[in-house]
Ligand binder design. Structure first.
Ligand SMILES: NC(=O)c1ccc[n+]([C@@H]2O[C@H](COP(=O)([O-])OP(=O)(O)OC[C@H]3O[C@@H](n4cnc5c(N)ncnc54)[C@H](O)[C@@H]3O)[C@@H](O)[C@H]2O)c1
Length: 436
């Protein structure tokens, strides 16, 4: 099948490369000319394990190409995916301007019937709004083309995006009474459904909600366990033992019960807030989701306050991990973006290391941060080391060696990855979250 994927970011680029890997002919479209030039040369503008290899392979086989010109691509494709960003806009609502621009461009330049598939995370009712806008554009140009809008939300995890796309837990497709669109989606995803992965059809409105509901539910699990950490600190209980005791119950499950400084990233914070905004618009009380958001903010703040209160004036602090999570260079809503300016404002020095996100971090953090080429180099002369992102490379740090290069002896474990006993045996003070 011949398809276009508009928006070659974390979702669109992975989708485009994976659809090409599955044998479809794919054109990735982006308004960012520099990004497109880079992609044409076989370089990935983002760090995502396995992605660059797929891009190179796709370009070589000619199943994958890139352009900035959506209008010129339309005559050659049967399906247009929109995977543009939907960041937090006014009043926490999703900003849909890019989605509408893509939909209207498709309606303006299409020369035959197409399927428009919305892969971005969009509030319920967006598919209908896209259809209305497209109908208007088609009417204005006197065209009687059929361009149904399908919802196909994306569930990939950054850092695991290629595997998640080729072998997803499920493919959710929202189509409203259109057998042709349904058939096209079935054909498109057949290489994945053929190996047993489920494809779930539902109304477009339901599909739009599934995405927000899934993210808000996962975020709630994280906030729930984080809520208990303060109680552990007050009572001497251990949050890891509690998570284990809870997670072994099949009805609960162990995942997303890992306490820490809370969630960040390009999805959970904005999607939780967007769902709250949708509820408000409909006059509904989504107090669970509101509490999730509130606990997450408080968890981060609580940890940061403790760190700041513990540091002697003009300390040097090593920050291990800048990205919002491991295996990505994505800095959106990363805790480091909050904490590092606070440390600098308080007069402390910051030495930071991240295996992949330093180039992006340099553009976002204030000057005054010293970026180093290894974790141990960041720790040299530091009064405290703060682990903010649980990259594997930090997990194996030898505590004795760390102690030797540091000036002070405080290890703040924002992700609860270290064994307190081992840290202490190495001669350091351990500060975790909800455990001693
Ligand atoms: N990042 C994730 O882990 C993830 C996971 C699931 C769903 N999503 C959702 O997928 C959507 C995309 O997220 P992302 O992280 O890939 O965003 P992103 O910011 O990484 O990528 C968006 C891309 O769209 C391009 N773009 C913007 N306007 C355009 C236009 N008019 N025409 C062509 N290209 C345009 C940008 O240049 C950019 O390359 C969002 O709705 C997000 O919520 C993201």
């Amino acid at each position: 099948m011949k398809i276009a994927v508009v928006g070659t970011g974390y979702v669109g680029l992975v989708s485009a490369a994976c659809f090409a890997e599955l044998g479809h002919t794919v054109t990735g479209v982006d308004i960012d000319a520099a990004k497109v030039a880079m992609l044409k040369s076989g370089k990935s503008p983002i760090y995502e394990p396995g992605l660059e290899e797929l891009i190179v392979k796709g370009l070589k086989s000619k199943l994958l190409s890139f352009t900035t010109d959506l209008a010129a691509t339309l005559p050659h494709v049967q399906v247009v995916f929109s995977a543009v960003a939907t960041p937090q806009g006014e009043d926490h609502k999703a900003d849909l301007r890019a989605v509408f621009t893509v939909a209207e461009t498709v309606a303006k330049f299409a020369d035959h019937d197409l399927i428009f598939v919305n892969k971005s995370t969009v509030p319920v009712g967006t598919g209908e709004k896209c259809e209305e806008r497209m109908s208007k554009v088609l009417k204005d140009r006197g065209a009687s083309l059929k361009i149904p809008v399908v919802s196909n939300p994306e569930f990939l995890r950054e850092g695991m995006a290629v595997g998640d796309t080729l072998m997803p837990d499920r493919i959710v497709v929202g189509v409203n009474q259109n057998d042709h669109a349904r058939k096209i989606m079935e054909d498109l995803y057949r290489p994945i459904t053929r190996v047993g992965k489920p494809m779930v059809f539902m109304s477009r409105e339901s599909a739009e909600i599934v995405k927000y509901a899934s993210n808000a539910f996962l975020a709630t699990k994280i906030s729930f366990i984080n809520m208990l950490t303060e109680l552990c600190e007050k009572t001497g209980a251990n949050i890891r033992d509690i998570a284990k005791g809870m997670g072994l119950d099949n009805r609960i499950g162990p995942r997303f019960l890992h306490a820490g400084i809370g969630y960040g990233g390009s999805c959970f914070p904005k999607d939780v807030k967007a769902l709250m905004a949708t509820a408000k618009e409909h006059g509904l009380d989504f107090s669970i989701v509101e509490a999730t958001d509130k606990i997450n903010a408080k968890q981060r703040e609580r940890f940061f306050k403790k760190i700041l209160a513990s540091l002697p004036p003009k300390s040097t602090v090593a920050v291990w991990g800048l990205a919002f999570k491991p295996k990505t260079d994505d800095m959106r809503e990363a805790p480091s973006l909050d904490l590092i300016p606070m440390l600098l404002d308080a007069g402390h020095g910051v030495r930071a290391f991240d295996p992949e996100a330093m180039e992006n971090a340099k553009k976002l953090l204030p000057s005054g941060v010293t970026f180093t080429s290894s974790a141990m180099e960041a720790a040299e002369g530091a009064h405290a080391v703060l682990l903010l992102t649980e990259w594997d490379i930090f997990r194996g740090a030898d505590m004795g060696d760390l102690k030797k290069v540091m000036k002070g002896n405080d290890l703040w474990d924002g992700r609860n990855v270290y064994e307190p006993k081992e840290v202490r045996e190495g001669g350091l003070e351990y500060h975790g979250i909800g455990l001693r």
